[in-house]
Design a protein around this ligand. Structure first.
Ligand code: NDP
Length: 269
């Protein structure tokens, strides 16, 4: 895993668990790689026999530009979180964040998307990664609200042609209601909450924070205060996106529930 910062990454633990479970021999490390060292670090890693890399903040867009080929879902998001070195030497880029979110919503939390009014908060790299997969699950409508309004509007028009897709600012949300609110801002990382009007979550509504922390994030707490049916964080998405990356490298799909349970135990302990 390459990123900056990287100190608190759970990915080495997750992939080590996957390797044990599937009896694969794997050495997975977290490496501090500042943006300016990205290309050299990737080249060194692969020339020394490395087979695959995960990239996190702030390297995902750089990784997308660096590869020989990208998958369709990586091109839709213009961001790559998984690099795969092929036998012919080519480096393929993929993005497993979207499928990681979908799997976590569906399999671990039983949260539906189809025909629901969905709101995404934030218009950064994570929103880019989850937008197309969410749209493919046929929500009734999908609104992107962002502090910098032009970024939300830009994303909506980039993924344009989709019925019910729009971008706006937080103040435009007054009077609207949603069945699923997904926080894809990085506000939780500093304990902040995007400015959300009361009454915006429908009676049977759910809240999902892409961020995760030892304790409930500000957004998860907000969801509970709004009587959300479920208000959960992105720990499961972290494990699910890792499982997809592991599958791309090893051709075997690890079981995620046991690993999520271990991480839940660690954060309680
Ligand atoms: P980016 O830096 O690309 O985007 C950050 C977004 O958050 C921008 O839209 C920014 O708005 C907004 N923002 C930041 N601070 C605030 C605030 N105080 N109030 C309102 N909006 C704010 O980050 P990413 O998109 O890469 O990541 C977003 C989150 O998703 C992070 O918490 C990250 O940890 C999490 N994530 C989790 C994953 C998982 O597996 N669970 C996978 C990927 C991401 P503006 O445009 O106005 O600056």
């Amino acid at each position: 895993m390459f990123g900056d910062p990287i100190k608190h990454s759970q990915s080495p633990f997750i992939h080590t668990q996957f390797a044990k479970q599937t009896q694969q021999i794997l050495n997975y490390e977290a490496r501090l790689v500042p943006a300016e060292q990205f290309e050299n670090s990737v080249n060194d890693f692969f020339s020394q026999g490395g087979k695959g890399i995960n990239c996190t903040v702030p390297l995902k867009e750089m990784a997308w530009k660096f590869t020989d080929h990208n998958t369709e879902r990586a091109n839709q998001s213009k961001a790559v979180n998984t690099l795969i070195k092929q036998d012919n030497g080519e480096i393929i880029g993929d993005n497993t964040d979207g499928v990681g979110l979908l799997n976590d919503l569906k399999d671990n939390h039983q949260i539906d998307i189809k025909q629901r009014r969905v709101l995404i908060l934030g218009a950064g790299g994570a929103t880019r990664g989850i937008l197309a997969p969410l749209l493919a699950r046929s929500p009734d409508c999908l609104t992107i609200a962002n502090r910098t309004v032009s970024k939300a509007e830009g994303l909506a028009s980039e993924f344009g042609g989709q019925k019910g897709l729009q971008g706006c600012g937080f103040e435009d949300l007054h009077g609207l209601q949603f069945d699923l609110i997904i926080n894809a801002t990085s506000a939780s990382l500093s304990g902040d909450l995007p400015p959300l009007p009361n009454g915006i979550l429908s009676e049977q509504g759910d809240c999902y924070d892409l961020a995760y922390a030892k304790k409930a994030t500000a957004f998860v707490k907000w969801g509970r205060q709004q009587n959300a049916q479920k208000s959960v964080d992105g720990l499961g998405m972290l494990v699910e996106q890792a499982a997809e990356a592991f599958f791309l490298w090893r051709g075997v799909k690890p079981e995620t529930k046991a690993v999520i349970a271990l991480l839940e135990e660690q954060r309680l302990g």
